[in-house]
Design a protein around this ligand. Structure first.
Ligand SMILES: [Fe+2]
Length: 239
């Protein structure tokens, strides 16, 4: 999303406020009716209260519960402080699925790291919910996506993360933001997805930073009783 306190501030030559509103309108006007929304971070580009208030007010128009987790551009305190009561930054339950939100941000850094507290929280929720299907959401990608510049600012302690993941067989999916592109890999029967931004996209598989010309997008996720996940990216024509 990358919203700024001034509604006219651009994010890489595009108005993030405008494209975010377009995405929300697309979801709202679509025949596909979701049960919840996941926001995988970088809601605000400047961490200001005004951006969270504006973002949450807009999301509330969908009348859905939402899991909102911080990204490297967010101010975690402000993100949580202004969350509406029906939103969470930690947990969302949808039928027999439990969605865990993790904070992978590091103060004043673009890199990601899961603190021991966040890893313990994840482990605790996993232990307590073995009868449910689990989805884990975090901002930073916990995998190498073959794009040098962004791989350098992904999740640093991937090994600590996967050491815990490996102990459980009820984790069905991992969803992340940060990479501004569509990504999917099936890793030991866990489906891992990166989602394009509601604003500007980054070119996949580039050694150095490069913008993509693809339009704003969001991801639809379908969850099935048996733990199956189906998902597709919806690209908006923003011409
Ligand atoms: Fe990010």
């Amino acid at each position: 999303m990358h919203l700024s306190s001034c509604e006219n501030t651009l994010f890489r030559e595009k108005n993030p406020n405008h494209t975010f509103n377009q995405v929300i309108a697309h979801i709202d006007n679509s025949e596909w009716k979701p049960d919840a929304l996941i926001v995988t971070g970088d809601i605000s580009n400047d961490g200001t209260k005004i951006t969270y208030d504006r973002a949450y007010k807009k999301i509330k128009e969908l009348r859905l519960p939402a899991l909102c987790i911080p990204g490297n551009h967010d101010d975690r305190k402000n993100l949580i402080k202004h969350l509406p009561s029906e939103f969470s930054d930690t947990l969302l339950v949808i039928k027999n699925f439990i969605l865990i939100g993790l904070d992978s941000t590091v103060k004043s850094s673009s890199e990601g790291l899961l603190s021991s507290d966040e890893l313990e929280k994840m482990q605790y929720i996993l232990q307590e919910n073995t009868s449910k299907n689990v989805i884990i959401c975090l901002h930073h990608q916990p995998v190498i996506i073959d794009s040098d510049w962004i791989d350098k600012i992904g999740l640093k302690n991937k090994n600590d993360f996967f050491k815990i993941i490996k102990e459980y067989d009820h984790i069905r999916g991992i969803f992340f933001g940060h990479i501004h592109q569509n990504y999917f890999i099936n890793h030991n029967n866990i489906r891992m997805y990166g989602t394009p931004s509601t604003c500007r996209q980054f070119m996949p598989k580039e050694k150095n930073f490069k913008m993509d010309t693809r339009p704003p997008a969001y991801r639809r996720i379908e969850l099935f009783e048996d733990g199956t996940i189906k998902s597709e990216v919806v690209w908006l024509d923003d011409k």
